[in-house]
Write a protein that binds this ligand. Structure first.
Ligand code: ADE
Length: 266
């Protein structure tokens, strides 16, 4: 999988070198390229923003550097290299618009006004061959960049939640962690995926490790029993109780098939 991030603060993405994310990159499971937007601004001050037409507060990110940065990303896209000539800049609008949607890379524009990110979307995005991220700063990117991008990308504005950040870089980090860990081979223990919160429609059960007693608190006895059937039942009950009290919205929207016959009516 190929991932490109275009940002005026590439250092925000530095943690991508660490931990399992860094390992997934080193092992070639994912090719992440970070581009500095200022490298595509050619005036003396490398200007990437300007005042908004129509007036109003704040600054707007200029179209020209974004256009050039996105041209670079398209020229390196594995999706387009299989359907067009390798390393050709993809700025031919007619050719681009003739491209079938499925042949276009995905462009994610983090925005509090986007579709809300969740585990289901993370699973879908983990199947993509090429995703580019365009995190904005200031009041956002000149809207014409997004219009133009539709010719060559599938453009998806995505929010990580109902709150406003200074900019989209942290949102990109959140999405990348959720996506990359779903790529086969990128998880320390892939079995963890099957049982975690938001996979089976319930939150994860509580977990414990040694010592069996700590500050007057004991590990639930059933977990020491060795009875795997009873442990599985207890864990499922805990998942249901926890989801009921913390996220009733997930219970309310669950389909009938989610419940097994032995789930107690709580
Ligand atoms: N940029 C600013 N706030 C954001 C949010 N909540 N999600 C994604 N991108 C953002």
């Amino acid at each position: 999988m190929r991932i490109d991030v275009i940002s005026i603060f590439p250092d925000y993405l530095a943690p991508l070198e660490l931990s399992l994310l860094g390992k997934a990159r080193q092992e070639g499971l994912v090719d992440v390229q970070i581009h500095n937007l200022r490298d595509f601004a050619f005036d003396r001050h490398k200007t990437v923003d300007d005042t908004p037409y129509g007036g109003g507060a704040g600054m707007v990110m200029k179209a020209e550097p974004w256009g050039l940065a996105l041209d670079r990303v398209l020229a390196q896209s594995p999706v387009l290299q299989s359907s067009a000539g390798a390393d050709q800049p993809q700025d031919d609008a007619a050719a681009a618009s003739a491209r079938a949607e499925g042949e276009k890379p995905l462009l994610i524009v983090p925005s509090p006004a986007g579709t809300v990110f969740n585990q289901q979307l993370a699973y879908e995005l983990a199947q993509e061959e090429h995703i580019a991220f365009a995190p904005a700063r200031y009041e956002g990117i000149d809207e014409r960049v997004l219009d133009w991008s539709e010719e060559s990308f599938r453009v998806m504005p995505v929010s990580i939640g109902d709150y406003v950040l200074y900019g989209g870089e942290v949102a990109v980090m959140v999405m990348l962690e959720a996506i990359i860990r779903l790529i086969p081979g990128a998880m320390g223990n892939p079995e963890s995926l099957a049982e975690e919160s938001h996979t089976g429609g319930l939150l994860e059960y509580p977990v414990y490790t040694k010592p069996a007693q700590w500050r007057g608190r004991e590990v639930p006895e059933i977990l020491l029993s060795g009875n795997h059937g009873a442990i599985a039942r207890w864990r499922r009950d805990e998942q249901i109780k926890r989801t009921f009290s913390r996220r009733y919205d997930m219970i309310a929207s669950a389909s009938d098939e989610m419940w097994d016959k032995k789930d107690r009516k709580l």
